[in-house]
Write a protein that binds this ligand. Sequence first.
Ligand code: SF4
Length: 439
Amino acid sequence: METEIPLAIEDEPPSITTTLQRTPRPSRKSLGSSAWDDWRWQFRNRLRSVDDLLRAFPNLPATAQVREAAEIFPLAITPYYASLIRELSPEDPVFRMAIPSVEELHNPGFLRDDPLEEDHDMPVPGLVHRYSDRALLLVTLACAMYCRHCTRKRVAGSRESTISDRNLSRAVAYLREHPEIHDVVISGGDPLTLSTKALERVISAVRSVPSVDIIRIGTRTPVTLPMRITPELVDMLRQYHPIWINTHFNHPNELTPAAIRACGMLVDAGIPLGNQSVLLRGVNDEPSVMEQLCRGLVRARVRPYYLFQCDLVRGVEHLRTPISRGIEIMEYLRGRLSGLAIPMYVVDAPGGGGKIPVLPTYIVSTSPTHTVLRNFEGMLVSYPEPEGYMPQQCRSGRGADGATVWDLAAGRQGRIVPQRMARHDRRDQREDITFTGLD
Ligand code: SF4
């Protein structure tokens, strides 16, 4: 196993308690402290237990229940992110995303440890091949913070291990054998918890595969550990373009000056930034909060990319909202915000069904001559269709995963019975992997 970062809490402060009590929210003064600005110090001094929490927040409520939940799902919060808590209550969005809750133990039967069935689509340990042209490479199980709503709660933080040389080589070999994969998402855990050198080892290995066009990195460090975005990191990343980064802001309170600065450094290095939010009850399920978040993101030069419906994962039932609430929020955003600031609302379908975009219904009726549409104000308009239009036949053929709904729409296929797809073959060929770690 290669563990990149020493994980013990430092003996010597600056004391977390003092820092947090003096600095309930980040201030220029606290961010000016050299230790506070050092991402390794922040990482080593994460609050990892209820006792750590109590040292930082002596008035923390319901500690016995917090302890109960923390025994099941790992706890870690950087001092920086803890300092964004404004109120010691689940009413506070940052508190809600960071502090364990006994509600995590309420698990109706339809929840799963791995609702997206990533483990089933894993041909080699750590590499998920779900869509024909994309792959997901999980390179670490460590995060700066363990979000209470995490989809990978089954593994994130269970063991803070990083991908071994052997498994990285196997993943790269698989990418070479599958030139249809053009886009690799490096994720985890959080890949930016690796040292810059260790991360470069992964990125350069992926970049060495000629058929890989785009490397994307999924990271929440601009939100939970913005000091991780250092000039050294940015200089390394810009050598491997095209690199894209998706981050994960969920609430406007996370858009601090430090976070905005971190995003700016990445964008200045030519790295396009997208944001993937999760719709969370009591955090961002108010349309006006989502509007504020999206406006703040574009101001910070981050494109709101996805708004995810919360996955059916064990431990997050109390954070889920009905899909109808998401549609209502999308209805509210359209017309108020420029299209650039509106994310795509998606349900990542249980059972490994992939991302399904969900929209309010804008087509009211359709005939061969006219389509009736409505706008966000409720205005109805008739759009006359062009006369005598015949579609050009697309000659590009079918995708690697066989016929899709697009083939039905184009009249090339009468029906689809999705009993057997390419991913099922991949599942059959994969080794019997139980994904518990990367070493
Ligand atoms: S940073 Fe991402 S992977 Fe880590 S706990 Fe949060 S949501 Fe999960």
